[in-house]
Design a protein around this ligand. Structure first.
Ligand SMILES: O=c1ccn([C@@H]2O[C@H](COP(=O)(O)O)[C@@H](O)[C@H]2O)c(=O)[nH]1
Length: 238
């Protein structure tokens, strides 16, 4: 799929998520299932969304010892999701194990899910990194470092903020997938996100895919807002 915009289905239940899709004519759009929805509904919601024709990014951000991550990824691959992720902070051995688990769990003839590694969350600031986590680097330095390590360990790409895209592109091949949450329209509410950009800017920077949640799901007119994000991102009708 070329340059997807993933709608983050951060809803308390599957009923809420499916109703939202139906109410606002979002059938078949790429979606992201995160912890809130998955921990409530489990694999069933993923199966339902796949049956309904959605491209599914399962955003569970695994972070555990390599053996555990390998077994978990084997099970996630069997759900035939399109994208999964781990925290890059789990290290290269864990990322290699994730990749191995995905290959083991993928049915013959299918493509394994894309494996992305989360670098620094888009809610992280340089102050948090340096003062709370005591990492004496800039956000950009840690993100590029995680991206290089993830690439060498076999990840297909990373989750980062669009702020770091240029720096990553200087170091790694263009085929390395850069997926960016923290996307807001010019006058949008940032909520708890700290490193945000507009869909327009993300496109200009060469981001491969974006995630949009509350900008659509909490809007007064969700369908209209989805179309606005989509239009800026894909540069249609201009
Ligand atoms: O660094 C990260 C990694 C994941 N996310 C997830 O993306 C969406 C963003 O939602 P908004 O409502 O558009 O802020 C959300 O599901 C996060 O869990 C992220 O924001 N940043």
């Amino acid at each position: 799929m070329k340059k997807p915009l993933y709608l983050a289905l951060d809803f308390p239940s599957g009923t809420d998520a499916l109703r939202f899709i139906q109410d606002y004519d979002l059938e078949g759009v790429p979606v992201k299932v995160g912890m809130e929805l998955y921990y409530k509904e489990g694999a069933e919601i993923v199966k339902t969304l796949k049956e309904q024709g959605h491209h599914v990014f399962l955003d569970l951000k695994l972070h555990d010892i390599p053996n555990t991550v390998r077994s978990a990824m084997r099970n996630l691959a069997s759900l035939r999701v399109d994208v999964v992720n781990v925290h890059a902070a789990g290290g290269s051995e864990m990322i290699r194990a994730a990749k191995a688990g995905l290959l083991e769990g993928t049915r013959e003839g299918d493509n394994p899910p894309l494996l992305l590694a989360v670098t620094q969350l888009t809610s992280t600031t340089e102050r948090m990194l340096q003062e709370e986590l005591r990492i004496p680097l800039t956000v950009e330095e840690t993100v590029v470092n995680y991206a290089q390590m993830s690439y060498e360990a076999g990840a297909n790409g990373v989750v980062c903020s669009a702020h770091e895209v240029r720096a990553i592109r200087q170091e790694l091949p263009h085929s390395f997938h850069l997926l960016c949450p923290g996307i807001r329209l010019e006058d949008g509410d940032d909520h708890d996100q700290k490193r945000v950009v507009t869909p327009n800017r993300a496109r200009e920077l060469g981001v491969d895919s974006i995630v949009v949640g509350r900008g659509v799901t909490k809007a007064d007119e969700p369908q209209k807002m989805y179309q606005l994000f989509e239009k800026e991102w894909s540069y249609v009708n201009r």
